[in-house]
Design a protein around this ligand. Structure first.
Ligand SMILES: *[C@@H]1O[C@H](CO)[C@@H](O)[C@H](O)[C@H]1NC(C)=O
Ligand SMILES: *[C@@H]1O[C@H](CO)[C@@H](O)[C@H](O)[C@H]1NC(C)=O
Ligand SMILES: *[C@@H]1O[C@H](CO)[C@@H](O)[C@H](O)[C@H]1NC(C)=O
Length: 193
């Protein structure tokens, strides 16, 4: 069945699928932004930044830095929400938790639960372009991840079960913060002309 019309049909379908999967959009904005983020903050690893954005289909076609910034905050929120649920599971499952570890996990749970509502406000501020307010809230998310991780370090026989998650949240919120600071900088430049 390889009549010209069926070939044309197949081609049309392919092009349609391709545009649906946004393979027609390029990732230059992501690359450039991640380069700038990792340059401005040595805690942000370029590869982590790229992988995080590419994991979210919406970012492939992000038209500008503002859109990409919102995606980075939403990625942070997804991470924080998942970690909060994970801590709940850890506390439920292990009845025989070391009392110190249990206390640390409870502290982390409190910090991460607060972070979820803080992120909701950060998104509202961000959408209204109140970047300075959003900056303050994102900074507290960076702090939340280090507060949680540092809790476990108070006793050297304990290994934090949340190191990777804290590190992920740390880097994601640092990326969002870095983008917000670029936007603040761009607003300032606009104001001087
Ligand atoms: C990245 O930084 C360069 C040099 O400071 C700047 O020209 C460019 O606009 C920035 N790109 C983004 C996406 O912020
Ligand atoms: C958190 O974000 C990182 C980076 O995007 C990702 O690799 C990881 O799977 C996420 N973790 C959760 C629990 O969502
Ligand atoms: C996060 O993990 C990366 C790679 O595993 C490491 O290079 C980096 O130092 C860690 N960052 C923090 C704040 O622990």
């Amino acid at each position: 069945m390889s009549t010209p019309s069926s070939i044309l049909f197949t081609l049309t379908i392919l092009i349609l699928l391709c545009s649906l999967h946004s393979c027609v959009c390029d990732n230059r904005l992501i690359q450039e932004t991640c380069k700038n983020c990792s340059k401005s903050d040595p805690n942000i690893r370029y590869k982590f930044c790229i992988t995080s954005f590419l994991s979210d289909r919406r970012s492939h076609c992000a038209k500008n830095l503002h859109e990409l910034g919102l995606i980075s905050i939403k990625l942070t929120r997804r991470n924080v929400t998942d970690t909060s649920a994970h801590i709940n599971e850890l506390l439920k499952k292990k009845k025989s938790l070391d009392p110190f570890v249990k206390a640390c996990l409870n502290d982390c749970l409190e910090v991460y639960s607060d972070a979820i509502s803080t992120l909701r406000e950060a998104i509202r501020d961000y959408k209204a372009k109140r970047y300075a307010d959003s900056n303050v809230k994102l900074s507290s998310i960076v702090d939340a991840s280090t507060t949680c991780e540092d809790g476990f370090k108070q006793k050297n026989y304990v290994i934090s079960p949340l190191t990777k998650r804290n590190n992920d949240t740390f880097q994601l919120s640092a990326i969002a913060l870095s983008i917000i600071n670029m936007l603040i900088h761009m607003d300032k430049l606009k104001g001087t002309f």
